[in-house]
Design a protein around this ligand. Structure first.
Ligand code: PLP
Length: 463
């Protein structure tokens, strides 16, 4: 599919973005230094003074901000809807098409979800006021545990205050130093950091590569039959929009006496029959050892969970996952919100919302591919547009923001160095007109960014 007309190929700065109204001077931007460098250079500053040694990082961030290529820690003014008002450092509020929020089925603005949240607020107040292991549970959290168990065909569920906490807590509670973790090389930081905190025996397998998993499992079992092995992957990879072969991965785990953990943060609710995610789509409901997820992408709330078949595993998580035990429980408002979202996701209305977001994704991918842009992964609510170079990503993100199209330019540490991309997260609420406008402007922005002068890249860490 090709975009028929490209009247907006030359981006003009809109009046209300807060950016300089003049067209961006890309050669000057390249010469400024704001397109070079990476967070990776500043990760481990040297020196004895913890409070002063981050100065070089701050200078680099300020340089990027001054030149309009620091698209982070922006602020939403209002709900995370398809049209949203965004403010950034040095930017006036700008209203535009929002592909930078995570609300795949647009449930955050659903009246029934908002009513459920208000009812829980009126009934229980805003706060859980305790860890789930003490008195932090409410009837809403208990009902949520049951509802998740039913959706996933898992008897037992443990809730966490964030998805991050679920990932980190699950791995550190179950795996100890004599055990092994095999983890997809592109797994989310919460999973990687959980693995690193649990044991030194961590190996990354090539992204989605089951042959590599088999080879690593065989290697471990050849020398260690006593240690446990946890294999970690995701249902839908959040930066790459692709999925593993779960039946094969679970089969390999059984063959080598390993356990499979699948993070369904991005696909549960938003994909698969009945909203059962990639696990349901691959016919694996009730057959995956450990399922963990987050409520922050589709279920209009913060929070996370781990689901399993064994009460003993549930108990281990409750007592040894620090992020569960030593953190206040999900609030009644959050739990009631997620419950209502689960109800909608499992209804006919949910089928319609999933169809709408997928239609948007397929349309956007087709429009971009027709103009020669590379979208990686498979159709899903996540559309990663490959740019590769960090400099091109920064320019394209800035040009898009000037046209009131908000995307997340992704670079290290979210993705590996040299594998930068623009990530668009679609919603059911996006209209065909918004998709077409975004596609036109994306093509223009990426083409301009690719033709811009290359910056001189700093290869070494600053002193
Ligand atoms: C795959 C994956 N797992 C876990 C998390 C953490 O979830 P939360 O942001 O809800 O804490 C994220 C968040 O970005 C994620 O993408």
């Amino acid at each position: 599919m090709r975009i028929e007309t490209l009247p907006e190929l030359i981006p003009a700065a809109p009046r209300d973005t807060g950016l300089d109204a003049a067209p961006p001077d890309l050669p000057a931007l390249a010469a400024s230094g704001a397109l070079g460098g990476s967070v990776a250079l500043y990760r481990q500053p040297r020196g004895p003074d913890l409070l002063r040694r981050s100065g070089a990082l701050e200078e680099w961030c300020q340089l990027r901000m001054r030149h309009g290529v620091w698209p982070y820690a922006r602020k939403l003014d209002g709900p995370p809807a398809a049209m949203a008002t965004v403010e950034g450092d040095g930017l006036l509020p700008s209203r535009g098409i929002n592909f930078a929020s995570q609300d795949y089925l647009s449930l955050a603005s659903h009246p029934a979800v908002q009513e459920a949240a208000m009812r829980a607020l009126a009934e229980c107040g805003p706060h859980s006021a305790g860890s789930a292991i003490l008195l932090g549970n409410s009837r809403h959290t208990c009902a949520l545990e049951r509802a998740l168990g039913e959706l996933l065909h898992c008897e037992h569920t443990v809730l966490f205050p964030t998805g991050w906490g679920a990932a980190f807590g699950a791995i550190t509670a179950l795996v100890h130093s004599a055990d092994h973790v095999l983890i997809d090389s592109l797994a989310h930081a919460s999973l990687r950091q959980g693995a690193a905190a649990a044991t030194r025996n961590v190996a990354a397998f090539r992204h989605l590569d089951c042959d590599h998993v088999r080879e690593l499992l065989a290697g471990i079992r050849a020398i260690d039959t006593g240690g446990a092995i946890l294999v970690v992957t995701e249902g839908l990879f959040s930066m790459d929009a692709d999925s593993p072969d779960l039946p094969l991965m679970q089969y390999l785990c059984r063959e080598y006496g390993a356990t499979l953990l699948v993070d369904v943060a991005h696909d549960l609710g938003a994909m698969g029959p009945g909203g059962g995610g990639i696990i349901a789509a691959q016919g694996m409901l009730g057959k995956i050892d450990l399922v963990m997820g987050a409520f922050s992408k589709t279920f209009a709330s913060n929070g996370g969970f781990v689901a399993c078949a064994q009460q003993s595993v549930r108990r281990q998580l409750q007592l040894f996952a620090g992020t569960h035990m030593f953190s206040n429980a999900l609030s009644p408002v959050q739990a009631a919100t997620v419950l209502e979202c689960l109800r909608i996701a499992g209804s006919l209305e949910g089928d319609g919302l999933r169809a709408a977001v997928l239609r948007n994704a397929v349309e956007l991918r087709a429009l971009l591919a027709g103009e020669g842009l590379k979208c990686i992964g498979d159709p899903s609510p996540i559309v990663p547009v490959w740019t590769g170079l960090e400099s091109a990503t920064r320019i394209a993100g800035m040009l898009l923001a000037r046209e009131q199209v908000f995307v997340n330019p992704m670079e290290c540490p979210g993705v590996p160095l040299g594998a930068a991309r623009l990530r668009l997260q679609l919603m059911a609420q996006h209209t065909p007109g918004q998709i077409r406008r975004a596609a036109r402007l994306l093509v223009s922005a990426v083409q301009r960014a690719n033709m811009a002068p290359r910056p001189v890249l700093r290869q070494t860490a600053p002193a």
